[in-house]
Design a protein around this ligand. Structure first.
Ligand SMILES: C[S@@+](CC[C@H](N)C(=O)[O-])C[C@H]1O[C@@H](n2cnc3c(N)ncnc32)[C@H](O)[C@@H]1O
Length: 269
């Protein structure tokens, strides 16, 4: 391995340490203090909802395998660096031979990290909506700006050594998650990451699709719980209806569910 590759890997390991041991606890505390201060002043946040799902710390959900974070700089629309580290840890736990599915590529920062942290034989399928494509449901107000871009996946397409081989495992899919045909992937995913449209109808639909995609030993992770109302409502309703044991990953807007042999898909078509 060249010196520059070794340095890039060390930097990517340090980024995980910072994200999980420094950024996550401090940002969690800062949000709690801000929320308390707003509620004392009678000014609830427009961007943060009260949440009801129980939470659990990331290290109780994922065994602590070494992970890497690349492309750590956050753009508007990306997950937080702490969430990226949790997703990277999750990717390290996927059994070889399984697939990873992401709904909502955006610039491909999370996609690349899922690819880097999974087995070399684990393909990563990521779906994004072309700007001119019709949609089955209405998008949420304010999310058009994430759809309107020249092409999804800019970050994994431009990445260099030593991550290029991992980026080569990524398969970019284009279409509307409301009507996309995933049938060739049913039951194969070790990890499904749901982060497409945040509208309620999409959150419900994409969740049902995630249950079809996930393998009996796989996990589903959602983003933006407590941040976008459609996602928060969809996940809390689901938990009330089906008692799945959804858990918010403490200090993040991620929600986690492990299949543990269950088949939740309402139908296999
Ligand atoms: C918040 S961004 C995803 C961020 C990305 N997962 C990350 O971690 O950086 C949401 C993405 O979902 C895509 N999207 C929105 N509605 C969609 C739909 N109906 N089908 C597929 N993708 C959709 C948008 O184009 C956008 O790129």
């Amino acid at each position: 391995m060249s010196d520059s590759a070794r340095q890039a890997r060390l930097k990517a390991r340090c980024a995980v340490f910072y994200a999980l041991r420094v950024y996550l606890p401090l940002s969690h505390l800062a949000r709690a203090v801000r929320a308390r201060s707003r509620s004392l002043r009678g000014k609830p946040s427009r961007h943060q909802q009260d949440t009801q799902l129980p939470d659990a710390p990331w290290h109780r959900l994922f065994p602590s395998q070494p992970a890497f974070i690349v492309e750590s700089a956050k753009a508007n629309g990306n997950v937080r660096v702490s969430e990226l580290a949790v997703l990277a840890k999750a990717a390290t736990t996927i059994a070889p031979g399984r697939e990873i599915v992401e709904i909502g590529t955006f610039d491909g920062r999370t996609t690349l990290n899922l690819a880097v942290n999974s087995d070399p034989a684990t393909p990563v399928f990521t779906l994004d909506l072309p700007p001119d494509a019709p949609t089955k449901f209405a998008l949420d107000h304010g999310e058009r700006k994430f759809v309107d871009k020249p092409a999804p996946g800019e970050r994994y397409r431009r990445c260099g050594a030593p991550w290029k081989d991992s980026a080569g495992k990524i398969v970019q899919l284009l279409g509307d998650s409301g009507s996309f045909d995933w049938s060739a992937h049913f039951g194969k995913a070790g990890l499904v990451f749901v982060d497409g449209s945040h509208a309620y109808d999409y959150a419900r639909h994409d969740t049902e699709m995630a249950f079809k995609l996930v393998s009996p030993d796989g996990v589903v992770i959602w983003h933006d719980y407590g941040v976008w109302q459609g996602v928060t409502r969809a996940l809390e309703e689901l938990e009330r209806e089906r008692h799945l044991g959804l858990r918010q990953v403490r200090g993040t807007s991620l929600v986690f569910w492990r299949a543990n042999g269950q088949h939740l898909a309402k139908s296999q078509t």
